[in-house]
Design a protein around this ligand. Sequence first.
Ligand SMILES: C[S@@+](CC[C@H](N)C(=O)[O-])C[C@H]1O[C@@H](n2cnc3c(N)ncnc32)[C@H](O)[C@@H]1O
Length: 195
Amino acid sequence: MTATIYKPDTKGYLDFVLSNSTPGDAESVLAAMDRYAETNALMHIGDKKGEYMDDLIRKHNTNVMMNPEFASVAQKVIDHAGLSSKVTIIVGEFKVSSNEFLSTYGVKKVDLVFIDHWMEVYVQDLKIIEEAQWLRPGSIVVADNVLFPGAPEYQAYIEKNSAKFSSRLIKIQTPHPMKPKETILDGLLVAELKV
Ligand SMILES: C[S@@+](CC[C@H](N)C(=O)[O-])C[C@H]1O[C@@H](n2cnc3c(N)ncnc32)[C@H](O)[C@@H]1O
């Protein structure tokens, strides 16, 4: 999956989700997103990985998103679902926009980081998080797409740092994001900062 070949129909997606869900009912919005993804290419977590993430996510979610068009669509869906007080989207490349994240939002530490952007920068961005000391013992970093398309450098980095992180790979059979009729075996790599 690369930035150049993925050209989603953002208008079609937004129209479908807004007209097939109830304003303020986040469950119905999620169901509409999953229904859309059953027949259309869509970069999304999918219901199987989503179930796993549900168990991990806490009260508030902050999302850094580089593509302003995707960020705008996501913001409209979040508003429609009635979740704007729980989700903040920061638009910009992570290595830039993460710089003043803690001070801007008055956050001391972060409990959960979900890494799901371009695999080539997973290691670079985790190093930024480590250097900026976002994590406390028990904080977890979950990386998506570790088996498909694959993030071998990131896996190797976590293994090399096993004194610092305990980790487990959750293997999940999930719909192919670009070919909804096919499934693929993917993995979420969960790394927890040790005490
Ligand atoms: C796989 S999608 C994320 C999908 C989202 N997590 C979801 O499940 O709906 C990857 C997104 O990461 C964004 N992205 C890529 N590199 C980035 C970076 N360095 N900083 C922030 N966002 C980035 C891309 O614009 C793309 O929209």
